[in-house]
Design a protein around this ligand. Structure first.
Ligand code: APR
Length: 259
């Protein structure tokens, strides 16, 4: 077992390798998960203290739950909304937005619905699992700012009294075709594909790292805990996203200042 200092040495060595691959690549894509936002104070889902330790997702975050447990469904999403509204982008989000601005990152694919990449200044963000910025009427399609959920226990459409669904992809729903198509296109162009803060347990999001490998990209996984796909990766860094991305930015900036 590596001692902490050896572990740190190994980690900084891995981050140096990541930085070299980053600078050598001509098309970089990241796929982020809930682990990207825990340093902003938001819970992830499958860590020991994750959201799904307190809730059964099928009973609270599925399309069936909206009809069968309507009151609890909206209560759950009001709670999530109140946490998200307090959350600010962390250093990791800011580094990715900065790399994208410097054209050193081509695409951010995210499973997150917290809009923290956008709040950090990221441009194009491909949201595989939708967002918690709007709600849409299931009957007439009328859209509302998500704050409408706070107006009543069971908020209804002002046009037709239909149920309003937050624009997040619920369990049992298919992912938005446009986002899937876009994510696939970016992944197929990637030379470096970096997963940040995801257990990679949910499909089809976990298909993209494999597709990246298939098209010959280097696959890097940055995650606190081992993931299902660590053995498929060219490089695995078990560390906090914010720490790794801060160090990555430092090395890249040093490299650029030398040139
Ligand atoms: N830095 C790096 N990794 C972290 C950090 C951090 N600061 N904090 C947590 N992690 C890791 C955890 O160890 C965990 O393996 O992030 C991973 C998050 O995994 P999940 O909780 O499964 O979240 P995610 O992979 O995004 O889930 C995918 O599942 O329930 C659905 O729609 C939900 O989008 C979500 C999807």
């Amino acid at each position: 077992m590596l001692s902490k200092s050896e572990g740190d040495f190994m980690q900084s060595d891995s981050i140096n390798v990541l930085a070299k691959w980053w600078l050598d690549s001509s098309y970089r894509v990241v796929l982020t998960g809930a682990g990207m936002s825990t340093e902003s104070g938001l819970l992830d889902f499958r860590s020991p203290q994750g959201l799904w330790k307190g809730y059964d997702p099928k009973k609270i975050a599925s399309i069936q739950a909206l009809y069968a447990n309507t009151k609890e469904f909206y209560e759950f999403y009001r709670k999530r909304l109140s946490c998200l509204s307090k959350a600010q982008p962390n250093k990791g989000h800011l580094v990715l937005a900065e790399l994208q601005k410097k054209r050193l990152l081509n695409a951010i694919i995210t499973q997150n619905i917290d809009s923290l990449h956008q709040k950090a200044g990221a441009g194009r963000v491909i949201e595989l699992h939708g967002n918690l910025r709007e709600a849409k009427c299931l009957s007439c399609g009328q859209k509302y700012p998500i704050e409408i959920l706070e107006e009543k226990d069971i908020p209804l459409c002002k046009e037709c009294n239909g149920y309003l669904k937050p624009e997040v992809i619920l369990f049992g729903e298919s992912l938005p075709h446009e986002a899937l198509r876009h994510a696939e296109m970016e992944t197929k162009r990637s030379h470096l594909f970096v997963v940040i803060g995801s257990s990679l347990e949910v499909s089809p999001a976990n298909y993209f790292p494999l597709l990246a490998r298939d098209v010959g990209a280097k696959l890097v996984i940055i995650n606190m805990e081992p993931t299902l796909m660590d053995n498929q990766a060219d490089l695995v860094i078990h560390a906090k996203a914010g720490k790794v991305l801060r160090k990555l930015q430092e090395i890249i900036d040093q490299g650029n200042s030398r040139n």
